[in-house]
Design a protein around this ligand. Structure first.
Ligand code: UT7
Length: 335
């Protein structure tokens, strides 16, 4: 068996900044409510005509990650693309990135695990690299939420939270024992599938049928979230899956140098930080600037933490995610 490591990281967010005050102009909300409940101050939204889309942002982040890994697109053996906001119903974003980056006929695989999408994708990459099948796997998380949110007061409990952006990592074969991606841990619980979901369009409810039955029926096309139920499950599952990863590697919370939680809500991150007795410089948060970017949130945060020199060789880095599905997961990395 080989080992695997993250050899390059990249991120991209659209230029257009949307503040809480900007949102208060189009719906009944306010800066105080949003900051108090979520910690979010602003987020990025794609602007019509800026050339961005889920795949375009993913390709931009991917290009940076590949460059930083000192590789070219020809070195990549597999693309794993995670999103809940693909620009096409099918095919997935992976093949679009392949075309944009002018890559050869390598496989492209889309992962649909929402907020846990990047950790799931990283786990897939890790397995392919460790078995020796592939040498370099590109993992991308990218989201265009703004194109599909209900920006009226009806949708405020969801719309104020989410932002657009992309992050990417290259997972590369290594032969260094005891370093790189030590383990990944994945879970799901379909019993709660509807608690954070977007129903339409889907094959159980085809669009022509909906329109024929009720032309005004737009609800299935906006995300639904049972916020408090999701929050309660998130704090429990985050803790469980971090503990699972630490125990597998015979580590304790005291060994963590950097925890990068999926940026769902600053209050969730703070709860987890307190539970594990971590200091402010052991947890990285940037939800204040970007909101919740779902599959992109961990790779954007990981990239920024690394760019700011907060992750050094030998550090124990823990990634943890929870979201729609429900799905959750963690990755334990010796940098
Ligand atoms: O990334 C995937 C995982 N997602 C999560 O982990 C999200 C988990 N959930 C949450 O983060 C929180 O539940 C939210 C931030 C979504 C909501 O916070 P909350 O403290 O659970 O608020 P709530 O939904 O219980 O709403 C409280 C009040 C309601 O008014 P009433 O009924 O008390 O009069 C809402 O109508 O706040 C109202 N409200 C708002 N007010 C101003 C809901 N959204 C807003 C808003 N602005 N944007």
């Amino acid at each position: 068996m080989y080992t695997s490591k993250i050899s390059g990281l990249g991120s991209y967010v659209p230029e257009n900044i949307v503040t809480n005050d900007d949102l208060a102009k189009v719906m009944d909300t306010n800066d105080e409510w949003i900051q108090e409940r979520t910690g979010i101050q602003q987020r990025r939204h794609i602007k019509k005509g800026d050339g961005n889309s889920t795949s375009v942002m993913g390709a931009k982040a991917a290009k940076i990650a590949i460059d930083r890994a000192n590789l070219t697109t020809d070195d990549i053996d597999l693309i794993v693309f995670a999103t809940l906001s693909p620009e096409m119903y099918f095919p997935g974003g992976g093949v679009q990135v392949q075309e944009m980056l002018n890559m050869s006929t390598i496989p492209a695989l889309d992962v649909r695990n929402q907020c846990s999408g990047f950790v799931y994708g990283l786990s897939v990459a890790d397995q392919f690299v460790k078995t020796g099948m592939y040498k370099n796997v590109l993992v991308i998380g990218s989201e265009n939420h703004s194109g599909g949110l209900d920006m009226t007061t009806r949708g405020r409990s969801v719309s104020v939270i989410f932002g657009d952006g992309a992050g990417a990592a290259v997972v590369t074969r290594s032969d260094k024992e005891g370093s790189g991606i030590l383990s990944t841990h994945l879970h799901s619980e379909g019993a709660h599938a509807k608690e954070l979901s977007l129903e339409g369009p889907n094959t159980g409810h085809w669009v022509p049928e909906i329109i024929a039955e009720n032309p005004q029926e737009d609800i299935p096309y906006y995300p639904y979230m049972n916020g408090q139920f999701v929050f309660k499950n998130a704090v429990v599952r985050f803790s469980e899956v971090i503990n699972e990863g630490l125990q597998t590697n015979e580590l304790t919370p005291g060994d963590i140098n950097m925890l990068i939680p999926h940026q769902a809500n600053l209050r969730i991150s703070q709860f987890v930080q307190k539970k594990f007795g971590l200091s402010d410089d052991q947890v990285f948060n940037n939800i204040q600037k970007y909101g919740n970017t779902t599959a992109a949130s961990i790779p954007i945060a990981l990239t920024e933490a690394w760019e700011q020199g907060k992750i050094k060789e030998g550090d124990l880095v823990v990634l943890a995610a929870f979201g729609s599905g429900f799905t959750w997961g963690s990755a334990i990395i010796r940098w």
